[in-house]
Design a protein around this ligand. Structure first.
Ligand code: F3S
Length: 427
């Protein structure tokens, strides 16, 4: 039996309208299924919205019908056009299936692009802010210590739990929508302090000096972490930078179900091993060796060399600093004719890159700065006709294999940029 506050009882009675009532009904059912005994107030949310391809199963362009059936899980048609998401929860869009401005560059149709815009416009009018990124923490969506959030992006959940001390689980797009509307989520998983303790120590014995190293280390930790484990990193390494942490957390969440990771002495809930483990100690210590690192690298990067038709950078989305690295490297160089160089970021960051002069340098070289999506979210159309692709994000290198038969090459951004210039990946 879920314990509800007076405010929650009022929402369930329908005092705040049918949409909020239905959202809370769903959250209560969800909480019961999870065995949660109460709900917690959610003050930040990121949501998967727009024209997601699986919405086509409803075979309708009526967004009220689509939203009711898919997001709210009901045959009753709820009116999203005249309703608001929770005013106490800062709701922002997660990555979408389209770039903000262009559809031809990624092989999509104008119809799909316009439909995506129309669906997002309905969400905007309902109170959802347009951020459309997997790195909302870089553009002002920033839950702090003890704050409860929901998100559809696992790498975001990992970053906010681990580095910021905020509390949240990655949810499906439906549960995130319910929470965004009624401002509540079941108190379970990482919303509960007792589930935030480290269980597995990962002693880093391999190189840990670059962004790519941390990307591969995260991928390796995820591979070696037993199900249900929560890692803590120890070893003789310099604390990773923001860009390195971004990669580390994205890849742990790619190869495992973990959505929190402590770094001893660095992250807020791990000042000591004793505090990080709740005084219980870890159940196992696992070394990450050079050999583990090499094995992961070989899983991510195909052997040999070949012509490459596409280079895609920015998984998770690039920060302004990473875009600056690219612009500095590309200044005075030219991308091979016919090769697509895509650099993915959030559109507020693209505007900063424009104001900083980086966008002009990248475009002069023949690259494109794209926003709000990525090859995985765009889907097959972006890799159509591509026989070789080079990427600097292990998460993307991992997933793109299921979308394409292309050779997949993985390496640091400068090696990928050299490939964009020469048109060939060389081992
Ligand atoms: Fe972001 Fe797409 Fe990578 S959503 S984390 S760029 S797979």
């Amino acid at each position: 039996m879920i314990k509800l506050t007076a405010e929650e009882e009022a929402i369930l009675r329908g005092d705040h309208g049918r949409l909020q009532q239905k959202a809370l009904e769903n959250i209560v059912l969800y909480a019961e299924a999870l065995g949660a005994e109460e709900l917690c107030k959610v003050t930040k949310a990121t949501l998967g919205l727009g024209a997601q391809p699986y919405l086509n199963t409803i075979q309708s362009d009526d967004y009220n019908k689509i939203f009711s059936r898919v997001y709210m899980c009901t045959d009753e048609i709820l009116d999203i056009n005249n309703n608001k998401f929770s005013e106490d929860c800062f709701c922002m869009t997660c990555t979408e299936n389209c770039d903000t401005d262009d559809y031809e560059e990624v092989g999509q149709t104008q119809d799909f692009f316009e439909k995506n815009k129309a669906f997002l416009e309905i969400a905007r009018r309902a109170g959802v802010s347009m951020g459309s990124t997997c790195v909302p923490y870089l553009i002002g969506w920033l839950p702090l210590k003890g704050e409860h959030f929901v998100t559809t992006e696992s790498s975001n959940a990992m970053f906010c739990n681990s580095l910021l001390g905020a509390c949240g689980n990655p949810d499906g797009i439906e549960a995130s929508a319910w929470s965004s509307i009624c401002g509540r989520t079941p108190k379970w998983g990482l919303h509960c302090p007792e589930n935030r303790y480290a269980t597995h120590e990962f002693r880093i014995e391999c190189k840990a000096d670059t962004i790519t190293d941390w990307d591969v280390i995260g991928y390796t930790i995820g591979r070696l972490l037993p199900a249900g484990g929560l890692p803590i990193l120890t070893g003789d390494f310099a604390y990773p930078s923001t860009a390195e942490i971004k990669q580390l957390f994205a890849t742990i969440a790619t190869t495992s179900g973990a959505v929190m990771c402590h770094i001893l002495g660095m992250t807020p809930e791990a000042p000591t091993m004793e505090i990080a483990t709740g005084g219980k100690g870890v159940v196992e210590t696992i070394a990450v060796t050079e050999s583990d690192y090499r094995q992961s690298f070989d899983m991510l990067c195909d052997a040999g060399s070949s012509e490459v038709q596409m280079v895609s950078l920015g998984c998770p989305h690039y920060s302004l600093e990473e875009i600056q690295d690219v612009a500095r490297y590309l200044r005075g160089k030219k991308v091979k004719t016919g090769l697509k160089l895509h650099i993915w970021t959030a559109y507020p960051i693209k505007e900063m890159a424009r104001a900083s002069g980086h966008l002009a340098v990248i475009e002069d070289a023949g690259g494109r700065l794209l926003t709000s999506s990525c090859p995985i979210m765009v889907g097959d159309s972006v890799v159509k006709g591509v026989k070789g692709v080079a990427l600097d994000g292990a998460k993307q290198a991992h997933y793109i294999r299921s979308m394409s038969d292309a050779a997949v090459y993985y390496g640091d951004k400068f090696r990928c940029l050299d490939t964009a210039i020469s048109g060939k990946w060389s081992r």
